[in-house]
Write a new protein. Structure first.
Length: 276
């Protein structure tokens, strides 16, 4: 992925590297797939997909974001962003007033003013039509300083956490279940049981089952369901049929896939992504 707009700050850049006001809007080139290298920023970042779906990996988790949601990434959190299919990523970098840290300082984690968002963990927020319009307004650098400050204040006021049922499949840290998890992330339709994975992972099935619960917070079967649903979201966002997405991630029938999706996400796949 390559930036079309201002370069994003990196962990070696200071907060004062931003031009303009408190919010810097960066548009990324439409991407057909792949992941960025892991990186971090000294300032908060809000990232979402103008169209399609955006994925973010951080802290051992993966967020799959349709165009209606964004992820707030606190300063100093190492992350990678990914796309599948045609996606138009958008990013806001938020600079709060205050002294810039020296390059050798630890990641910036100062508390923002009370009237500014400052969630300490990655947080999903709603992308409202007004937030989209304001980000477009700020992206062209047209507003005069006073007008820009007013627009930024309204934009920041729009940031509100949402509580969707997350489709998270945390990666285990122990190398034995992690080997299984990484293989399934590459091929989500693989239907092998833990007994069949046992020689590959170098651990007994019962040990693998225990480790999945201990390290991901869910039994292996539910974890694999989450992983499969995660893998289906980019396909659905790109316009694939439910039958195609179901088959790609290992479901024998569309009805089984729809039931699992509705049970986990709280809505059927046909209503999860906005359609024109």
């Amino acid at each position: 992925m390559s930036l079309n707009g201002p370069a994003p700050p990196t962990d070696s850049a200071s907060a004062s590297a931003h031009g303009g006001g408190a919010v810097l809007v960066a548009g990324l080139a439409a991407a057909g797939g792949g992941w960025t290298d892991r990186h971090r920023h000294p300032v908060p970042q809000l990232t979402w997909a103008g169209s399609g779906v955006l994925m973010v990996r951080a802290l051992g988790r993966t967020w799959v974001l349709p165009a209606t949601t964004a992820l707030w990434i606190p300063p100093g959190v190492r992350h990678a962003t990914g796309t599948a299919g045609t996606t138009e990523p958008r990013t806001l970098y938020v600079r709060y007033p205050g002294p810039a840290p020296a390059a050798a300082d630890p990641p910036l984690r100062t508390r923002p003013p009370a009237d500014r968002p400052g969630w300490p963990e990655p947080t999903v927020v709603a992308v409202t039509p007004l937030l989209r319009a304001l980000s477009d307004h700020l992206a062209d650098d047209a507003p005069a300083p006073a007008a820009r400050a007013r627009a930024e204040a309204v934009l920041l006021d729009q940031l509100a956490p949402v509580a969707p049922t997350p489709v998270l499949a945390p990666m285990p840290h122990d190398p034995r279940p992690r080997a299984v998890a990484e293989a399934l992330r590459d091929t989500p339709a693989d239907a092998r049981t833990l007994a069949e994975w046992s020689p590959y992972a170098g651990a007994a099935p019962r040990t693998l089952a225990r480790l999945f619960v201990a390290e991901t917070g869910m039994p292996f079967g539910r974890w694999r369901t989450h992983l499969r649903l995660q893998a289906s979201l980019p396909l659905l966002a790109s316009g694939a049929t439910v039958a195609t997405a179901a088959r790609h991630v290992g479901y024998a029938s569309s009805s089984a896939f729809v039931a699992a999706f509705h049970r986990t996400v709280g809505a059927p796949p046909g209503t999860y992504f906005p359609r024109d």
